[in-house]
Design a binder for this molecule. Sequence first.
Ligand SMILES: *[C@@H]1O[C@H](CO)[C@@H](O)[C@H](O)[C@H]1NC(C)=O
Ligand SMILES: *[C@@H]1O[C@H](CO)[C@@H](O)[C@H](O)[C@H]1NC(C)=O
Ligand SMILES: *[C@@H]1O[C@H](CO)[C@@H](O)[C@H](O)[C@H]1NC(C)=O
Ligand SMILES: *[C@@H]1O[C@H](CO)[C@@H](O)[C@H](O)[C@H]1NC(C)=O
Ligand SMILES: *[C@@H]1O[C@H](CO)[C@@H](O)[C@H](O)[C@H]1NC(C)=O
Ligand SMILES: *[C@@H]1O[C@H](CO)[C@@H](O)[C@H](O)[C@H]1NC(C)=O
Ligand SMILES: *[C@@H]1O[C@H](CO)[C@@H](O)[C@H](O)[C@H]1NC(C)=O
Ligand SMILES: *[C@@H]1O[C@H](CO)[C@@H](O)[C@H](O)[C@H]1NC(C)=O
Ligand SMILES: *[C@@H]1O[C@H](CO)[C@@H](O)[C@H](O)[C@H]1NC(C)=O
Ligand SMILES: *[C@@H]1O[C@H](CO)[C@@H](O)[C@H](O)[C@H]1NC(C)=O
Ligand SMILES: *[C@@H]1O[C@H](CO)[C@@H](O)[C@H](O)[C@H]1NC(C)=O
Ligand SMILES: *[C@@H]1O[C@H](CO)[C@@H](O)[C@H](O)[C@H]1NC(C)=O
Length: 655
Amino acid sequence: MCEIIFSRIFLGFPLLLWIAGGPTHAACPIELNPLTLVVRYGDSVSVNCSTTSIDYEGMGWEATLGGTALKEVNYVIWNVENLTDWTIQPVCYLTQKDGEQCLKKFPVILYKTPGSVSVSPQSHSGPMVEGTEYQLQCDIQNVAPLRSLVVKWYKGNETVKTETFHNSTRIPVDVFSTLNITPRRFEDEVKYRCEAELDLGPKGPLASVLSSQTLHFAVYFPPQNILELRDTEVDVGSPTGLNCSSDGNPRPEYSWTYHRAPNVKLRNNDGGSLLTIEQTTGENIGNYTCHASNTLGKVFKIARVSVRGAEPVCPIKLIPESVVVKYGSPISVSCRNTTSVEEIYWTTGPEVVNDTTWSVLELLDWDIRPGCKATFQGIGRCSKPLHITVYKTPDSVSISVLRHSGPMVEGTKYQLQCDIQNIAPLQNLVVKWYKGNEPLDNVTYNTVSKTPVDVSDTLMISPSRDDDGAQYRCRAELDLGPEGPQHTVTSEPLSITVHYKPCINASRLPVRIPVFRGYPEELVCEAEGYPQPRIKWVYDPAKHVSEAGGNLTVFEAGLYNCTATNIVETSFIVVEVVLNEDYLPLIAGFVAFMVVVISVIFVFIYSIYYKNTKMGRYSLKKAKLSSTPNGNVAQNGGRDTPLPMTKLSQPNINF
Ligand SMILES: *[C@@H]1O[C@H](CO)[C@@H](O)[C@H](O)[C@H]1NC(C)=O
Ligand SMILES: *[C@@H]1O[C@H](CO)[C@@H](O)[C@H](O)[C@H]1NC(C)=O
Ligand SMILES: *[C@@H]1O[C@H](CO)[C@@H](O)[C@H](O)[C@H]1NC(C)=O
Ligand SMILES: *[C@@H]1O[C@H](CO)[C@@H](O)[C@H](O)[C@H]1NC(C)=O
Ligand SMILES: *[C@@H]1O[C@H](CO)[C@@H](O)[C@H](O)[C@H]1NC(C)=O
Ligand SMILES: *[C@@H]1O[C@H](CO)[C@@H](O)[C@H](O)[C@H]1NC(C)=O
Ligand SMILES: *[C@@H]1O[C@H](CO)[C@@H](O)[C@H](O)[C@H]1NC(C)=O
Ligand SMILES: *[C@@H]1O[C@H](CO)[C@@H](O)[C@H](O)[C@H]1NC(C)=O
Ligand SMILES: *[C@@H]1O[C@H](CO)[C@@H](O)[C@H](O)[C@H]1NC(C)=O
Ligand SMILES: *[C@@H]1O[C@H](CO)[C@@H](O)[C@H](O)[C@H]1NC(C)=O
Ligand SMILES: *[C@@H]1O[C@H](CO)[C@@H](O)[C@H](O)[C@H]1NC(C)=O
Ligand SMILES: *[C@@H]1O[C@H](CO)[C@@H](O)[C@H](O)[C@H]1NC(C)=O
């Protein structure tokens, strides 16, 4: 195209420029003023081409715009009002008189500041994710010349990249520059932009800089830590709150779960990080998990809530709370929620009863473990077992004596046994022992047995004679709690006979008895015992005795052995009978003799006195009479055996 234009222009001139060889000759006497120009596209230009030669023939400008014809002048002006040819290459030429022709190219740079500079993420829109590499692109439109373009990237106010272009094209082009970035969290605070600058050299206009808009973008990152959340301890009834906070972009969403129901989200303040409990109860005890999540990830942390003065509870109400049921009887228990429930049902071990009431027409399971389970909003899953006691009254209760039959003997130990058959549950059994109506012992069992068992309990007794004919009984009681039914079964009474050994009444039978020669003595042997003892006297058969029942009349000294025998034992007391001489007559004779002696002395003294004083007429006879009763004092001198009065009255006193 250019060549065509040139050919066309050159057609008007006889001389062919290009054929002249080298385009410029060092000696070509042409001066250009200015030497070069940097012109904005569309601006005007004016260049004075003059020659110092004097033998010139003519001068002219050859250009696609503003070219001139060969003129016979020593300067020629190239003037364009509106320079709009990007590829323009004006040439000033000179023809000398000798026909020599030379020329000078005028270097002109057309420029155009960019139409627009804009920055945008490459093949991406929306927020960026931490740690991922992205490309930002700076688009510069309609700029020329490209080789003068300098693109600068800024992160904040800091230059991070400078790019230049080496394409020599002169026409305006659209170019772009890219920047690779790997954003980190919080870099959404950082601003990216690019600048396009045309560096047109010292001759050019003042550096014209065009900046892109500033690029803001969000940097997303997953939550990594949960802060603030701490274990709390609170008094029952007080409010408390769990505060959970996390970083993360976008802002994490928070949710709370309770350990009993890890899959149930607790209601909290509009998805906020705060979980508040207005009034803490035992239901709030436990571990709470705060979950913080955003589109990129999630974290969780557990905090424990302790409530001082409360026990963890499950808000299930069983009606009734506990049951005592006879084996084979019907039962019906219902289960209610005291707070909002999501699911509630019964289980009896492996079996699930999907109902709030559990009822059985005939309970035939000794070891049934029913419970109500529920999932509550805000509390989670929990269950409440039903306290159930399945009982059975005993088939029989009987009492017996162990390893013994027949009457008992006082002082010996015996064992009574109470047999209780087929009773359940063992741990509720109380065996009570009675003698008559007097309670003796209560026995309880610590062994847990839910199924029916046979139980034997023994009681050690050591009966006394007073217990003869006593009636022993044992009673099996099922202690099923205050509201439970009272069930007692009492055995038939067991009457006992108590034998005891004979006991001889020692107070009637002294071990030593004196007897006066010639007088009989009766020995009374009485014995108590059960059965009634048999009394038998054992003595020398040569002795003269008479026996009547337990009484033995003896006449002679000797050993007399009273034995009392029953089936329990034989006991005896040996009585020693000693012969006593009767000293009473001797004493009486001695007393009489003394009376006579004293009387004689008295009479003798009186007679002397009487002779001397010739006084008194006392009767000696009266004094003699007053001494007579003194003889009776000797009556008491004998042993406790009374002396027969007839004996004393006989005055057979011998000296
Ligand atoms: C061009 O240059 C010549 C030589 O320097 C001068 O004489 C002439 O006046 C100039 N022309 C213009 C229009 O400046
Ligand atoms: C220069 O030329 C262009 C295209 O030919 C035209 O659009 C523009 O208006 C002109 N400018 C002046 C100052 O004459
Ligand atoms: C960038 O700007 C900050 C304040 O906005 C300034 O403190 C800092 O010196 C600046 N850095 C550069 C390289 O200009
Ligand atoms: C210069 O840019 C132009 C237009 O974009 C293109 O056609 C040409 O191939 C490029 N030249 C070089 C050497 O890059
Ligand atoms: C929860 O923690 C955040 C972050 O520290 C704090 O701004 C806020 O005030 C706390 N809320 C309560 C109720 O303590
Ligand atoms: C609650 O968490 C603590 C540790 O923080 C743990 O020892 C305890 O067993 C947990 N309790 C429950 C009911 O999960
Ligand atoms: C028990 O749960 C039901 C929903 O299953 C609810 O309608 C009822 O109010 C709850 N009862 C109480 C006392 O909150
Ligand atoms: C109980 O029945 C209800 C509907 O009748 C059902 O939605 C629920 O899943 C059942 N629960 C169980 C544990 O079977
Ligand atoms: C046994 O229990 C009864 C009440 O059931 C009580 O009166 C009695 O004193 C108790 N006996 C003994 C020995 O504990
Ligand atoms: C023994 O005999 C005395 C006198 O007869 C009598 O008072 C007492 O009660 C008797 N003792 C016994 C145990 O029978
Ligand atoms: C034995 O003697 C006692 C007292 O003297 C008397 O009561 C009792 O009847 C006598 N017994 C016999 C069998 O004679
Ligand atoms: C008394 O008689 C009993 C029974 O016959 C006898 O065992 C006991 O030894 C006798 N006592 C004396 C001292 O002889």
